[in-house]
Design a protein around this ligand. Structure first.
Ligand SMILES: Cc1ncc(COP(=O)(O)O)c(C=O)c1O
Length: 375
């Protein structure tokens, strides 16, 4: 074989790595022809002035990546590859890009920061939070070694269901709760679930732009519904042709008005009439200055048309992304199927074998859609 590696004994790069790189390149570019026999470990160690272990490590790496094959008692051979023209491998080299320095995030020197998403750092219970974190790690260390519950930890959901019933008047059981990482993830999930039967989504205008973007990205037609003094216009909604509406009844974003009971009833009636779905975003819903927080729309729903999405971004911290509680009144068993927190990034592992082994959208549509629509 007409190939002599040139190894730099002074380099910081390990010798086996240099050898592996030079040989893989030689094979890939055809300098070492396909099927050609390579020198034995002993021969190559001797000719290149390195130890046998070095050559062995390089050969192991080449074997693992498929550049060479080994035949018992015959030695090592260059694999059959589509040969790259010399130099093409450089195309795959990453280009150096200038990474801008992280900007110092300096809050302007103001007494009150009215940014809509900021929480009061002075009110955050850092000490208690740290104590809880440490305690959790000490008492449940083994839980950190594996994936958690697909829907979110059971004990957490039990507490949350209790809180949501008391504080937000929801009808909800822990089985109906799904913990995730934020509104957009929740909406993306909704988009996957609803795609079979719904094409047009109505959104409040003005409203939270990021929500609208999610619907558009999923290919839905998005229809803006103007606001009246007491929330979205039901007449416009009725005319819109939408069968899904996204709304913020407890605290309209950005205007802050509360949807009164009569309008909520009309909204629920609309959903019943068009066999529609109401997505209730309760962001900020816990906060009122002078009165008790207004109840959730989901709590008034008797027909299972409302999907409630809330989060801890305002009551706790937006940075933790401990963020979503998505509650289905719609008759469904979520339990059997999905990984909540990483819903959109990895395939579902069905709990009970045989339900479905396909990725999430199919599984969810089939399983949850069935229970949603009773088919
Ligand atoms: C109406 C509304 N919903 C949701 C969010 C953010 O939700 P999350 O923290 O779950 O991403 C915001 C953030 O400003 C918001 O204004």
């Amino acid at each position: 074989m007409d190939f002599t590696p040139v190894l730099d004994m002074e380099s910081k790069e390990p010798l086996y790595q240099q050898l592996y790189l030079q040989m893989s390149r030689a094979i890939a570019t055809g300098t070492i022809s396909a099927g050609e026999r390579l020198p034995s470990i002993r021969q190559l160690a001797k000719s290149s002035g390195v130890g046998k272990i070095t050559v062995e490590a390089a050969y192991q790496q080449l074997l693992a990546e498929g550049y060479i094959t080994s035949r018992e008692r015959s030695g090592f051979f260059a694999a059959e590859l589509d040969v790259w023209a010399e130099g093409t491998e450089h195309r795959t080299k990453p280009r150096r890009v200038e990474i801008p320095q992280k900007k110092e995030r300096k809050l302007p020197n103001t007494r009150y920061n009215f940014h809509g998403s900021v929480v009061d750092t002075g009110a955050f219970p850092y000490r208690e939070w740290r104590t809880c974190m440490l305690e959790a790690m000490e008492r449940h260390a083994e839980d950190f070694a594996f994936y958690g519950d697909n829907q979110g930890e059971w004990e957490f959901r039990v507490e949350l269901a209790d809180y949501l019933r008391r504080a937000r008047t929801l009808h909800c059981e822990p089985e109906q709760i799904l913990i995730g990482t934020g509104l957009q993830q929740a909406l993306s999930f909704m988009c996957l679930l609803l795609a079979d039967r719904h094409r047009v989504v109505a959104v409040e205008e003005p409203g939270y732009a990021d929500a609208r973007v999610v619907f558009s990205h999923h290919g839905y037609e998005v229809v803006p519904i103007p606001l009246e003094d007491d929330g979205l216009s039901i007449e416009s909604l009725e005319r819109s042709g939408a069968t899904v509406v996204y709304t913020t009844p407890a605290h309209q974003y950005p205007h802050g008005m509360v949807m009164p009971v009569a309008k909520r009833q009309r909204l629920l009636q609309w959903a019943g009439k068009v066999r529609g779905v109401i997505i209730e975003n309760d962001y900020d819903g816990e906060f009122r200055y002078n009165v008790k927080p207004t109840p959730s729309l989901q709590g008034m729903d008797r027909d299972g048309t409302v999907v409630y999405i809330g989060n801890f971004s305002k009551a706790f911290s937006p940075a933790l992304r401990l963020d979503l509680r998505c509650v289905w009144t719609i008759r469904c068993s979520l339990q059997s199927c999905w990984s909540a927190t990483s819903l959109l990034s990895r395939p579902i592992r069905p709990r009970s074998p045989g339900i479905c082994s396909e990725p999430c959208s199919c599984l969810c549509k089939r399983d949850i859609g069935k229970s949603m629509y009773g088919k």
